[in-house]
Design a protein around this ligand. Structure first.
Ligand code: AMP
Ligand code: MG
Length: 517
């Protein structure tokens, strides 16, 4: 039996109002709320690895008791159900109170190894933070969160996890294109898991309200529970902790750039204090390398959250967090040092990561032009990012030619146009890797540990969704299996490693995604 030890509700002030109605919640970090039961829950997928981490075997996880807990139809002994209160900057503007509008905690589980995990049901009904929305989630967005959070984990990218995906047997009405055509879609719930779901917005909201007592409590609780290695007096701890958040955020964004992931909604309420990828909404994977690409249709005009802007936005978000913490920090200058740590870590990690991707033994100061030219070429010649890096390992530096890279092109004309430029670049690349004096195999192996074969391409997830909506969840299972070993060529899984087919270029769900979920 999984043990629960619910520190958050024990140590942070809760809302005295126990009714479930939308409201502003002040002076409290959380509100008690029970999930709303559903008519016909069905477990359609679950993560073996996450279940193992929680010491849950298949028998236990698929038992009627767990099925009830995962669908919001019951709770297990020791669980506590609540929603937390936070705010956020959305698309650059302060959005005031947001909160867990459709996420309900099941409490904090402690596994046999003593590791602590918060469990949350996403889509289990309204909470005091739901405003006018229904607290539910549709199957398509739940499949996307379930699969992608597990895929990211296996890619080595810090992320919240998914334990289980359930359909509810109930319909959820959504106007996917915001064009006045609401449609009834199948409802679903994801049970997601992380050591902490705390966001930047958890600190911004009490700061914006001038509630310094609650802000101090939030800070102390977060450091005590989630950063126990940070010691010292409260002022020192705050500064050290903020520096650590900056560093983790920098590492996270480097990972996103490395694998070609675009979060799509980097609002401060979607930024994890642990530096995890959190809140999988209209995210997407870069197919043809395009720095300005955004999967989010709501962001198509401003492109605030496009691929190349992610580092800059992460820094902007950290500045908003620093402002909030500055209300109670004895030394606001020291917080600026934390922001510097973001820039330093970002450039260090970026260099380390991209040196590995390009096959350099280490980053040299004069590697920047070669790398920049590759980005420019990938962009202008419309080359698939994942295929390019994976295939680059197979180019022979003694006689570099584009044979290995040919299938990474999307457009035959552009391929022909850019052939001479690419060949010239490959010559220089060959010279660069040869100068390391490493055996080819050593280099190739290292490249293959950072350049995945399989990412959760947008069109693949959409195919799994289309089939699941027709009642066949098998492709969810197939994809989950493939993304478990993203760096290994898997015989029989070749179709999951291919570039986006033409039909998917402009298809909703494949190239553009709605926030409606
Ligand atoms: P997101 O854009 O998904 O990060 O959500 C922003 C805010 O809207 C968060 O406070 C969510 O909890 C809330 N929210 C989004 N969708 C729903 C929904 N269907 N029901 C209730 N709250 C929602
Ligand atoms: Mg969110």
């Amino acid at each position: 039996m999984l043990r629960f030890d619910n520190r958050l509700v024990r140590e942070l002030p809760g809302d005295a109002d126990t009714r479930n109605h939308p409201r502003q919640v002040t002076g409290a970090a959380w509100s008690p709320v029970a999930p709303t039961p559903v008519v016909a829950p069905q477990l359609i997928a679950w993560s073996r690895e996450m279940a193992n981490t929680l010491d849950l075997g298949e028998r236990e996880l698929t038992s009627p008791e767990w099925l009830a807990a995962l669908s919001g139809n019951g709770v297990l002994p020791g669980m506590a159900t609540y929603a937390t209160c936070y705010g956020g900057h959305q698309f650059g503007s302060w959005a005031r109170q947001l909160g867990d509008g459709r996420a309900i905690f099941l409490g904090e589980a402690v596994n046999r190894a003593g590791q602590r995990f918060e469990l949350q049901l996403k889509g289990a009904g309204p909470t005091p933070y739901s405003r006018r929305a229904d607290g539910r989630a549709v199957l398509r967005s739940s499949i996307r969160e379930f699969l992608c959070s597990e895929a990211m984990h296996h890619l080595g990218v810090p992320t919240t996890r998914a334990l289980a995906l359930l359909t509810t047997g109930e319909a959820v009405v959504r106007d996917m294109f915001y064009d006045g055509n609401p449609v009834a879609e199948p409802g679903a719930i994801v049970c997601r898991v992380a050591p902490s779901f705390t966001r930047f917005g958890h600190f911004e909201l009490p700061a914006s309200r001038g509630d310094e007592a609650l802000l101090r409590q939030m800070i102390q609780f977060t450091i005590d529970r989630d950063f126990p290695e940070i010691l010292g007096d409260p002022g020192e701890r705050l500064v050290q902790w903020f520096g650590e958040v900056c560093e983790r955020t920098a590492r996270l964004v480097v990972h996103w750039m490395r694998v070609g992931f675009v979060h799509g909604v980097m609002n401060t309420d979607n930024m994890s204090i642990l530096g995890l990828t959190i809140d999988y909404g209209p995210y997407g994977w870069v197919d043809n390398f395009d720095p300005a690409w955004t999967p989010n249709t709501t962001d198509a005009q401003g492109r605030r959250y496009c691929f190349a802007r992610q580092p800059q936005i992460a820094r902007w978000n950290l500045e908003r967090l620093a402002e909030a913490l500055g209300r109670v920090a004895p030394d606001t200058e020291a917080l600026k040092a934390g922001l510097e740590r973001f820039n330093e870590t970002y450039s260090q990690e970026f260099q380390r990561s991209f040196a590995a991707k390009f096959g350099f033994a280490a980053w040299h100061e004069d590697d920047a032009p070669l790398v920049e030219e590759a980005f420019d070429l990938l962009h202008r010649a419309e080359i698939d990012m994942t295929l390019f890096f994976r295939r680059l390992a197979d180019v022979d530096p003694r006689s570099p030619d584009i044979t290995a890279l040919a299938e990474a092109f999307y457009d035959a004309n552009k391929q022909a146009d850019y052939l001479p430029t690419l060949e010239a670049w490959l010559q220089r690349w060959a010279g660069r890797v040869t100068s390391d004096g490493e055996p080819d195999n050593t280099r190739r192996k290292r490249m293959n540990t950072v350049n995945p074969v399989y990412v959760l391409r947008n069109y693949l997830a959409q195919q799994a969704i289309d089939r699941a909506e027709q009642g066949d969840p098998s492709m969810i299972h197939e994809l989950l299996e493939v993304v478990r070993r993203p760096y290994d060529e898997q015989p029989g899984a070749e179709s999951f490693a291919q570039k986006r087919p033409d039909w998917a270029r402009h298809k909703p769900g494949c190239s553009m995604l709605s926030c409606s979920s």
